[in-house]
Design a protein around this ligand. Structure first.
Ligand SMILES: CC(C)(COP(=O)([O-])OP(=O)([O-])OC[C@H]1O[C@@H](n2cnc3c(N)ncnc32)[C@H](O)[C@@H]1OP(=O)([O-])[O-])[C@@H](O)C(=O)NCCC(=O)NCCSC(=O)C[C@@](C)(O)CC(=O)[O-]
Ligand SMILES: NC(=O)C1=CN([C@@H]2O[C@H](COP(=O)(O)OP(=O)(O)OC[C@H]3O[C@@H](n4cnc5c(N)ncnc54)[C@H](OP(=O)(O)O)[C@@H]3O)[C@@H](O)[C@H]2O)C=CC1
Length: 424
């Protein structure tokens, strides 16, 4: 069979059959996904190497989004999330997009920046220029810290210097701009920043304080674009209403925060599944959501195209890696990366942003039509049933009644469960 992300009825299979269907459709040996089984996932010994004072392991459900096509490549996307309906919504939106070829993506070079803060420079303007004159010296000093990265065609690309007025005076802030190739890059650039800090302070003529990566990764941008046909969305009115919904998110920070949270539902789930740093990605996303005039706004845009279809675009800083961090250590994250099969960190970043766009459209379509409760709450009902103590056999009965009654609430679930048990 040829590789496909279109697996109908995946939701109806057992765990084992789902894993088999996913492996088959991804043209992977099933063994490569063995770590998706908790018994073969992260163990306590390894967890104890990863963080401090380990007392246990928190399990998070890992689902697979179907229907995703990125730059013509069929991709089954592992998503780690505790929230019901996220995987279903991403799969649903990706299904709508695939009719027009799925998602088209692009990326800048994988440039991360570290900041070196220099205080007490008496002549900050001249200090800035002295640092720029010493560019080559600083670049060589930084690159000497990571010869392997340089061998891989990465390393420092440039030095920039900013003067930042603060309440404790003007700070001279030097930026090392580093091509980190397939790494997320934090450790790599922090090492470089610490190595050049003393010399940079000397050159600027001040005292060096902090030397650390910035999570405003605005030189490492990834974009996704997709066309969602009007017919599949439910017609021209739905296209117009999604555009209205997106317009409010652009104009109103209260709506923008929720809109962007919807995007991050998808983004963070893939970032976590691949063992990458969710906080770094989320910090980068929110910093990118601040418009030049200082307003917090939406990260995506939706328009009607010349054919009357909906076109969505999303641009995000996307500092994810394939080497380093938990990605190389955590067995389940390694299996997740195997399933995605990216050839570079940029390709991984592009899949993540495509899923963010799908997630956004999935939520907007629901919000612009029937509202969020029907689809989301009918899936969330399983949580509610479990919360009140329903067994695996009882859950489907309780869920069916909760949804039919339109009251997905714990007190009602308790009553349904009591009735069910009374009936024997
Ligand atoms: C939930 C759906 C998809 C149902 O939508 P539906 O039309 O009832 O679904 P369907 O049963 O007709 O299936 C359509 C496709 O959806 C997928 N699908 C559908 N159900 C499942 C399932 N159980 N398991 C796996 N996949 C599922 C699946 O891909 C399926 O096609 P197939 O590939 O099977 O041919 C829809 O109502 C929806 O997308 N709702 C939006 C849900 C959402 O956005 N949830 C996020 C949480 S809410 C939130 O946190 C953020 C928010 C919303 O506030 C952000 C914002 O405000 O912008
Ligand atoms: N503010 C933040 O966001 C911060 C985040 N972190 C954490 O930093 C971690 C990520 O740091 P990161 O620097 O990516 O990880 P690592 O330092 O673990 O990995 C990067 C290193 O891997 C080596 N390498 C091997 N192959 C490649 C390749 N193809 N491309 C690039 N490098 C390669 C390089 O050098 P070599 O072989 O010489 O080592 C490189 O320096 C995350 O866990 C994150 O949570 C840490 C501090 C702050």
């Amino acid at each position: 069979m040829t590789r496909t992300s279109r697996i109908q009825g995946l939701r109806d299979l057992s765990f084992a059959a789902r894993r088999e269907a996913v492996a088959r459709s991804a043209e992977l040996d099933l063994d490569r996904l063995a770590a998706f089984d908790p018994a073969h996932g992260l163990g306590l010994d390894l967890a104890n190497q990863m963080i401090e004072n380990v007392v246990g392991i928190l399990g998070v459900p890992l689902g697979v989004a179907t229907n995703v096509v990125v730059n013509g490549r069929e991709i089954l996307v592992p998503m780690a999330t505790e929230e019901a309906s996220v995987v279903a919504a991403a799969s649903n939106a990706a299904k709508i997009a695939r009719a027009r070829g799925g998602f088209t993506t692009s990326s800048s070079s994988p440039l991360m920046q570290a900041q070196v803060q220099i205080l007490g420079v008496p002549d900050p303007e001249a200090g800035r220029v002295r640092l720029l004159e010493a560019r080559d010296e600083l670049v060589d000093l930084a690159n000497a810290q990571d010869p392997r990265l340089v061998e891989l065609d990465g390393g420092v690309r440039d030095v920039a210097v900013r003067l930042v007025p603060t309440r404790t005076g003007v700070h001279v802030v030097a930026h090392l701009q580093v091509d980190v190739r397939d790494a997320m890059g934090a450790n790599a650039v922090n090492t470089m920043a610490e190595a050049v800090a003393a010399r940079a302070g000397e050159i600027a003529g001040g005292r060096t304080l902090m030397r650390i990566l910035t999570n405003k990764a605005d030189l490492r941008l990834t974009r996704a674009r997709a066309v969602f046909p009007a017919e599949a969305l439910g017609g021209a009115q739905v296209v117009a209403d999604v555009v209205h919904a997106a317009a409010l998110a652009e104009a109103d920070p209260y709506r923008a925060a929720t809109h962007n949270k919807g995007i991050l539902n998808g983004v963070s789930a893939v970032v976590l599944a691949t063992g990458n740093d969710t906080r770094a990605v989320e910090a980068g996303a929110h910093s990118h959501a601040v418009a030049p005039d200082g307003r917090y706004t939406s990260l995506s845009r939706f328009e009607q195209d010349a054919d009357g279809d909906l076109v969505g675009t999303l641009e995000l800083p996307m500092p994810v890696g394939l080497v380093g961090g938990a990605t190389t250590v955590h067995p389940t994250a390694r299996a997740a990366v195997e399933l995605l099969g990216p050839r570079s960190a940029s390709e991984l970043a592009e899949i993540v942003v495509a899923v963010g766009l799908a997630q956004n459209l999935g939520a907007l379509r629901a919000l612009a039509t029937e509202g969020i409760q029907r689809g989301h709450m009918s899936l969330h009902a399983r949580n509610v049933a479990s919360t009140v103590g329903a067994t695996a056999d009882e859950v489907p009965h309780v869920v069916a009644r909760l949804v039919a009654d339109g009251r997905v609430r714990a007190d009602h679930a308790e009553q349904i469960l009591a009735d069910l048990r009374a009936q024997g």
